[in-house]
Design a protein around this ligand. Structure first.
Ligand code: CP
Length: 322
């Protein structure tokens, strides 16, 4: 197993054994989350900053909850209410935050590569990519893996069960950092990933992508799918211009409860959120028992606790009561 990296910038930073270790540590934090007082002193005395230059509900709230559950101090930065609005540069913002004294910076930005650039600028501070442009969103992929592993029966042997698992990722692959992270993550564990999208919503080239196949016909692949992951059309990245009409897109690619009848009975449905009901997923599909969308969100806290612990924690996550 490779040592856990000093920054988490991409799923490419983690090999299969390291992913299995993250999921194993997540089990411990999931147990903490089930306690009446879900708090441990693992990061007492540490300070974690969340720097979001793009909107977020799930990622920001779950990272902040994760850090607080580990007794870290949390500073929350929003570009819209900061001196960025007065013209301060990203580099000066980072140097300011570092001067205040941070142990970890969780960063989301609309430009691919910003977290990697920030990692070059900081000293003694871990950088976590919370989503950068079309590039990567590694903790989303990790929480997806954890949710699938839970569905497969949990336990360390759960990662072995990814081998040959048939994963179908549907929707706006072109603009999706979630898809890029998921593909790397599933492939590392030996799953077979099929992409389903209209040609316009695929990247110009898929050369080198570790996928089993591509289809433009969702109905043709459903019966051979164990895990289906729907992606949002990314309006903020201009995705609407890549489909003739939303109605046409939904007719071909939205998962409905009726379509879901073609899935094997034990298949699971994932969506990273936010969902646009009626576009990539119908309400009746999102509410099926096989839809694990709220489990994904809940698991995100424990996964992010594990990531922060592996980056910053020393020794045991337990100790005197927090
Ligand atoms: N899945 C995800 O990243 O959601 P948010 O944009 O709400 O953080």
């Amino acid at each position: 197993m490779s040592p856990f990296p000093s920054h988490l910038l991409s799923m490419d930073d983690l090999d299969a054994a390291t992913i299995a270790e993250v999921l194993r540590v997540t089990d411990s934090f999931a147990e903490v989350g089930r306690r009446a007082n879900p708090k441990v002193p693992a990061l007492r005395g540490r300070t974690v900053a969340t720097l979001f230059f793009e909107d977020s509900t799930r990622t920001r709230m779950s990272f902040e909850t994760a850090a607080k559950r580990m007794s870290a101090d949390v500073l929350s930065f929003s570009a819209g209410s900061s001196s960025v609005k007065k013209g301060e540069s990203l580099r000066d913002t980072i140097e300011t935050i570092q001067a205040i004294g941070m142990d970890a910076v969780i960063i989301r930005h609309s430009s691919s590569g910003v977290p990697a650039r920030v990692a070059e600028w900081v000293d003694h501070c871990a950088v976590v990519n919370a989503g950068d442009g079309w590039h990567q969103h590694p903790t989303q992929a990790l929480l997806d893996l954890y949710t699938v592993r839970q569905s497969l029966g949990g336990g360390q042997e759960g990662t072995d069960r990814f081998r040959g698992l048939r994963v179908t990722i549907v929707g706006d692959i072109r603009h999706s950092r979630v898809a890029r992270s998921q593909i790397t993550a599933y492939a590392a564990l030996g799953a077979e990933v099929t992409l389903v999208a209209p040609a316009t919503l695929l990247p110009p080239s898929l050369e080198g992508w570790p996928i089993a196949g591509v289809s433009h016909d969702l109905d043709a692949v459903l019966s051979g799918t164990d895990v289906i992951s729907l992606l949002r059309l990314q309006a903020e990245r201009g995705s609407g211009a890549y489909v003739p009409t939303m109605r046409e897109y939904s007719a071909g690619y939205a998962l409905t409860a009726r379509r879901a009848l073609q899935l094997p009975t034990d298949a699971i449905i994932l969506h990273p959120g936010p969902m646009i009901r009626g576009v990539e997923i119908a309400s009746d599909a999102a509410e099926l028992p096989s839809a694990r969308i709220t489990d994904q969100v809940g698991n995100g806290v424990a996964v992010r606790m594990a990531v922060l612990f592996l980056l910053l924690g020393q020794g045991s996550l337990e100790g005197e009561a927090a």
